[in-house]
Each structure stands twice: as C-alpha cells, then as structure tokens.
Design a protein around this ligand. Structure first.
Ligand code: AOF
Ligand code: ZN
Length: 393
C-alpha cells in the first residue's frame, strides 16, 4: 500500500471524495472585477448568517449586506428563523435608498414563493446594480434561476466568492436538499487504543468534562440525535441538550429493530424537549402490537421501516436536516456500511482498555487521519478528532 493510500483510508471512499473535479460554480465573475473590499463585505455577510446557527432549520443560514455605490454599508441582515423574512429582505429594509448599490449575500437570492415572496423582485425594485453571491442555492426551485432572473433584469451578478465557507456553513442544508436525508455526524468517545467500551453492554465513561461540554454544544444546534436500542438499555440516556441555549425542539431517534426499548426508559420523561421516534422492523411491529401501544402511550412515535437508508429518508421528510449518531457500535457500523456517514467526531481519551473492549468500527475502513478537512481540538485531557467523509463543497 502506498503512503497516499494509507493517508486516504483503505476503502477508497475518501479518495473518491478528494479526487472530485472542481465544482462548476467555482468562482464565476460577472462583468465586473472582484476587489479586496468585496471579500470584506462577504465576510461580514457570512458572520451575520452565523447568528442564525441552530435556529433556521430546515432553512439555510443566510446573511446579506448592502453597500452603496460610494462604499458605505447601508443595510445588513440575516435569516433568523424558518418562515421569517429572508436575509436579503432584512438588509434591504434597512437601506431605504439602495439605487446603484451592491448586495452581498451568502446564498443565491430566491426567485420562488415559499413561505415568503421572491427576493429577486425586491432586489430589482430596490434598484440594486450588482449582486455578489457566495454560492448557488441547491433548492431545485431556485438552482441558478435566481441569478438568471437578476441578469435578465440588467443586474450584474458575481458568484462564488467564499463559496466553500458558505457551503460548509450550510452543510446540513446542502446535504438535505441534495439527498433528501439529514447530514449525518457519527460521534464516539474512544480510548487511545481504539475501544468505545470495556465490554459489550458495559457502561463506560471515557470523556473529560470538557468533551462533554463540547458535545452539548453540538446538541444545541443539531436537529436530531440518534441511538441504537442497546444504548437505551445500557446507558438509559436523557438525550437532551443541557447547559446550552436551545429554543427549538430536539428530535430523538431510536433505531430498534427488535423493539427492545422499555416504556420506562428515562428518555420518555423528556418528551417536552422534542419528539421520540422509534424505527423498528415491520415484522416486529406487526408481531408485538402491545409493545407498540405501550411505547406510544408514553409519547413515542413508532415507525415500521425497512432499513437504515429508508429511516434516514423518513427523517428528511420530517424536515430533519442534521442527525447526530451517538452510538452504539452496531448503529455506527450499520450507518458506516450503508455509506450514510458524512462527518466523524471522535473524542479520544488518554485511557487504555485492552482487547476485551468493544472496538470502534472494527472493520477498520475508517482512518481518522484520512478524514477530509480534518481538525483536532484539545478538550481537557481528551483530543477531539473530526472531519468529513462526504464533503459538501
Ligand atoms: C431562507 N432564508 O435568507 C434565504 C432563503 O419557505 P421560504 O419562502 O422561506 O423559502 C425557503 C427557501 O428560500 C430556502 O430553502 C432557500 O432555497 C431559499 N433562500 N431561505 O430561509 C434566506 N435567502
Ligand atoms: Zn429569498
């Protein structure tokens, strides 16, 4: 095996990702030239978009900035929550006279009527002369038609400035719109010799307080947390976002083919935090109507389902754009084998468990150092290693 093959993982998956050709929307300037100040204004729009993090699902985070012909910032805004005004509208409302101005936006302006009207009409009516957008909207109702509309009305359009940053910012939205399933983060806590528990069914606390706090931060912005029934039986987790700000409901999903989840699980004491969805095999649901009824009586929604891909699609139909897969080992392996993992987050603890432990992804087709755009972060005594399996950009 060559050094490159070792670096890129053993199953070719990451290699395929990294060898993808440049995206056709890699920077495409319009009639004008991109100037240094364009980057500054787009960065401001990206920062504004960030204020919507965790609040806008299933819609994207979007920021917008209006700059007058003589270079003054005359409007800015961001998308605050799904169903509310789009970022462009907030920014234009702040700028009563935007004739001849440039609008910077982190996503292509929309040209359709959804819960709100088309932004392109408002942009045109405001007399905007130029639009600089980071990236095309993958929504099939838009998908380049917003740019076409603007150009057809004499507005100069530049696309692709900070494209990658904008796509990563909205990685859940891009994955959700393109694949009709959520962006999936596989999360695990692992010993330094590669084990996630001391033995099957043994509750093993590995993470430092700093790692636990970091993980709560992820829970604050995700749409759903997923676990296997084994994790419910062994850990009896609450699966809530704690000590972080979270306004929206958090969906909790149990993958439970055999319907082993007890109606007495602590999870059902937290229904006020968000729905609990239990995916089970159709045969199990048919054979055990009493168990289904017991789970439904404590607030669960029991959904018969063929396999993991169809369960993930069902979550997409519910508008769940991101899913944090917390374990256990069987669920991680199933998602990995079905090529449904987009991003991996592993908190590596300075502890050795030894060969009697439960290994993390035992087929060893995942090499943490081969993850794309990989990052390491110190979390107390632990090191968080994370990166992409499927890049969005
Ligand atoms: C947003 N915020 O700032 C922009 C969006 O249902 P609607 O009318 O809010 O439309 C949602 C779609 O509009 C969304 O999926 C995306 O394609 C486009 N742009 N959406 O929520 C915004 N600019
Ligand atoms: Zn819009």
């Amino acid at each position: 095996m060559s050094a490159h093959d070792r670096w890129a993982g053993t199953d070719g998956r990451l290699r395929r990702q990294l060898r993808q050709p440049a995206h056709p929307w890699a920077f495409a300037p319009g009639q004008g030239m991109i100037q240094p100040h364009d980057h500054v204004h787009m960065d401001r729009a990206l920062m504004l978009a960030e204020r919507g993090r965790g609040q806008t699902s299933p819609n994207p985070m979007v920021g917008a900035v209006v700059v007058s012909a003589d270079g003054r910032l005359i409007g800015s805004g961001y998308h605050e929550h799904a169903g509310g005004p789009h970022a462009e509208i907030h920014a234009l409302r702040m700028a009563p006279d935007a004739r001849g101005a440039t609008l910077y936006c982190t996503l292509e302006p929309c040209c359709h009527t959804g819960r709100t009207g088309p932004c392109v009409d408002r942009i045109e009516a405001a007399g905007i002369a130029r639009v600089v957008a980071a990236v095309e909207d993958p929504n099939p109702l838009v998908a380049g038609a917003g740019f076409t509309h603007l150009r057809a009305h004499g507005i100069e359009v530049d696309v692709g400035l900070r494209r990658k940053v904008a796509m990563v910012q909205n990685r859940a939205f891009f994955t959700f719109v393109r694949t009709s399933r959520p962006f999936v983060i596989l999360k695990a806590a692992m010993s330094s010799d590669g084990y996630i528990a001391q033995g099957p069914g043994v509750r093993t606390a590995l993470s430092s307080a700093a790692s636990l706090r970091h993980a709560q931060g992820v829970r604050a912005e995700i749409d759903a947390i997923g676990v296997g029934s084994g994790t419910v039986l062994v850990d009896d987790p609450l699966l809530t976002a704690r000590e972080v700000y979270r306004h929206r409901p958090l969906a909790r999903v149990v993958f439970d083919r055999r319907l082993r989840t007890p109606a007495t699980a602590r999870l059902f004491s937290t229904i006020a935090h968000g729905p609990v969805i239990i995916f089970t095999a159709r045969e199990t649901a048919d054979a055990c109507p009493g168990r289904v009824a017991a789970l439904e009586s404590v607030g669960a929604s029991v959904e018969p389902c063929e396999d993991l891909p169809s369960a993930f699609r069902r979550l997409g139909e519910r508008g769940i754009t991101s899913l944090l897969l917390e374990g256990g080992a069987a669920l991680h392996q199933a998602a990995w084998d079905a090529d449904l993992v987009d991003y991996v987050q592993v908190y590596v603890a300075p502890r050795v468990i030894g060969q009697s432990g439960v290994p993390f992804l035992p087929d060893r087709s995942l090499s943490l150092v081969a993850l794309a755009d990989g990052r390491t972060t110190v979390c107390g005594a632990d090191v968080l290693m994370e990166g992409y399996v499927h890049r969005v950009d």
